[in-house]
Design a protein around this ligand. Structure first.
Ligand SMILES: [Zn+2]
Length: 388
């Protein structure tokens, strides 16, 4: 009985203790639960904010807004590049330093092709070089067009072919030169490529100039005509190959380049001498327009020598930075020489009936140009009236 009472007392005490403990811990647990709920709400709020920011960031309008500062910087850089000012020779990169005697007014490197073409209308050291050959290029396109729209009954296909060679040479030469002087400040690579094309153009013009003269002057002498045409084509091709080589494009080879091209031009002395020996100086001048050919050669050589010697800027450095520098003079001599030659070739072409009438009957070893001779009396007896 006593033990039962003791047990009941013990249980009552334990229940009281437990109840007491529960009473003490309940507020703390409630506080923890409340704190957890607040944390949860806070996290939800943060998640919601993050989602909103994510949506905002990937919204196209936001992207456009955020890219505005970068675009503004790009635009500012583009404007800064466009608004360039001419610089002193010393401030040019090494690959743009071509002529030490031209001090001021150089274009800096222009990074876009369109900007290079816009520079055509600005005043700088290349303005004269660009326009001298751009005008020549346009003039020769007009002259070629006038030639080819003539009634074809006046012209034989061989004449069309030989004049095409001349016009192609002149137009390519002047066109390549214009492009070179316009674009060579774009970058070293672009300048390098167009520099080579510039020299190729000179070789093409030289070859094209000889073709019509050899065609008419050796009208009845087929073997001589083929030999001299072959000679000039081989020499011209050699000039083109050398021009395209990397070594040859260095500034230190400038005298060599000029010398090689002078040699190409002088190679025409051989057929001219041949003609004078066989036909006499009177006939050479009166029918083969030798005086025009000589004038053309003098103009080319004079221009090339002026270019190689860099006169007049070598004598007065800094005084011919913009106008009348050696390269511009050289350009003007090239255009003048091509124009003189074309006039001479028109004169020679108008003498075609004379050459046809004096074709030998295969007595010298040279075969008369039978095809042309046979055509002689079927065409206009007065020849082509290129020269009015
Ligand atoms: Zn040039």
């Amino acid at each position: 009985m006593e033990s039962t009472q003791t047990t009941r007392s013990t249980l009552t005490a334990a229940a009281t203790t437990t109840l007491h403990r529960r009473r003490n811990t309940a507020p703390a647990a409630a506080a923890i639960v409340a704190e957890a709920r607040r944390e949860d709400e806070h996290m939800n709020a943060l998640d919601s904010m993050a989602a909103s920011l994510h949506n905002l960031y990937y919204d196209p309008a936001t992207k456009e807004f955020l890219s505005m500062p970068g675009k503004a910087l790009d635009k500012a850089e583009e404007i800064a590049r466009r608004v360039w000012t001419a610089v002193h020779h010393q401030h040019l990169p090494a690959w743009l330093r071509d002529n030490d005697f031209l001090h001021h007014g150089h274009r800096p490197q222009l990074h876009s092709v369109s900007e290079c073409f816009r520079s055509i209308f600005r005043i700088h050291t290349e303005t004269g070089n660009i326009w001298t050959h751009l005008i020549g290029f346009i003039v020769f396109i007009v002259l070629a067009t006038c030639f080819f729209v003539r009634p074809w009954i006046e012209i034989r296909w061989q004449e069309v072919a030989v004049f095409s060679a001349f016009f192609a040479g002149a137009i390519l030469c002047l066109g390549f030169s214009f492009l070179f002087h316009t674009l060579y400040c774009h970058s070293e690579k672009v300048g390098y490529i167009f520099g080579k094309l510039d020299y190729c153009g000179i070789a093409l013009l030289t070859i094209g100039s000889f073709v019509p003269w050899l065609y008419y002057s050796f009208y009845c002498r087929l073997s001589s005509k083929i030999f001299y045409l072959g000679l000039i084509i081989v020499l011209g091709t050699l000039c083109i190959v050398v021009s395209m080589s990397d070594q040859f494009s260095q500034p230190k080879f400038r005298p060599l380049r000029a010398g090689l091209f002078i040699a190409l031009g002088l190679s025409g002395v051989i057929p001219a001498t041949h003609f004078v020996i066989t036909d006499g100086i009177y006939h050479a001048v009166d029918h083969a327009a030798l005086h025009w050919v000589i004038l053309m050669a003098v103009l080319y050589i004079t221009g090339a020598v002026i270019y190689a010697c860099r006169i007049p800027e070598r004598i007065w450095p800094g005084r011919f930075d913009i106008w009348f520098q050696s390269h511009q003079i050289f350009h003007m001599f090239v255009v003048a020489a091509a124009a003189v030659h074309l006039y001479g070739m028109y004169e020679v072409a108008s003498n075609r009936p004379f050459f046809e009438q004096h074709c030998p009957i295969d007595s010298t070893g040279d075969t008369p140009y039978a095809a042309d001779a046979a055509d002689a009396d079927t065409n206009d007896a007065a020849g082509i009236s290129f020269v009015q």
